[in-house]
Ligand binder design. Structure first.
Ligand SMILES: CC(C)(COP(=O)(O)OP(=O)(O)OC[C@H]1O[C@@H](n2cnc3c(N)ncnc32)[C@H](O)[C@@H]1OP(=O)(O)O)[C@@H](O)C(=O)NCCC(=O)NCCS
Length: 205
């Protein structure tokens, strides 16, 4: 039940069409398919992975995860979602990323997790940074909104560290209709370009 950013942008018809096409293609991503359902179920069955994430298909079963993978794929064909898996050196599922995209608003959101043995390894900020870079440069959106549970210190540090602007709190809506209070951040493509040029010139955020 991802929600679009609080800031409302309006895409031109050409911009919207280009974003939908980029989402359908999703270059460089391994799209989750039926062959990944059992591994994703394993991944989510670990509360260290799934507890902080509000929009996963609970309770976790082969059927619920299978439906979620299929629904995500159907949304991708409309240009509105990318559910991707991260594979480790052995080709096993070591994490996932789900990009929710609102092409008519030139906006997107990102959720994801790493397998427990890959957490606390300093990959958090790099993961956020490379994902947002891909969303701005490859998907072509102009705005990204992110949320995290109030007590998710690792996500908050990674999102702050990537240069997002804190914009208070918002309600996140779970698929079962309940809500969760979340920290909320936004970043525009112009802010990202500015940050990147500062990094490239040796500065920080
Ligand atoms: C969120 C997640 C992807 C982060 O990846 P990670 O490799 O575990 O995170 P890192 O080790 O890079 O730590 C992220 C930041 O939190 C900081 N951090 C770690 N533990 C901390 C603590 N107890 N208190 C404060 N900061 C802490 C780290 O120093 C790092 O900050 P930095 O980039 O400024 O150095 C991973 O922990 C995960 O998958 N968690 C479960 C699912 C989840 O929470 N998903 C995100 C939902 S929004």
């Amino acid at each position: 039940m991802s929600s679009p950013p609080l800031t409302v942008l309006t895409a031109t018809p050409e911009e919207e069409a280009a974003i939908r096409e980029a989402v359908r293609k999703a270059p460089g991503r391994v799209i989750a398919g039926p062959e990944h359902v059992a591994a994703l179920l394993d991944l989510f069955s670990d509360p260290r992975v799934s507890d902080p994430i509000y929009d996963l298909p609970r309770p976790f079963t082969l059927e619920s995860v299978g439906n979620w993978v299929a629904e995500s794929r159907a949304l991708q064909l409309k240009g509105e979602c990318i559910l991707a898996v991260t594979l480790d050196e052995a080709g096993q599922v070591a994490g996932y990323s789900r990009f929710s995209v609102w092409p008519d608003r030139s906006s997107a959101e990102l959720a994801g997790a790493a397998r427990a043995d890959r957490q606390n390894t300093g990959r958090g900020r790099v993961g956020v940074t490379s994902s947002i870079s891909w969303m701005f440069d490859v998907l072509g959106v102009r705005l990204i909104g992110l949320t995290a549970a109030l007590d998710n210190v690792r996500s908050a540090a990674a999102i702050d560290g990537a240069g997002f602007t804190r914009m208070g709190e918002r309600e996140s809506h779970r698929p079962d209709g309940t809500t969760r209070r979340s920290l909320y951040w936004e970043m525009t493509r112009d802010q990202w370009a500015d940050l990147r040029s500062r990094y490239e010139n040796g500065g920080g955020p």
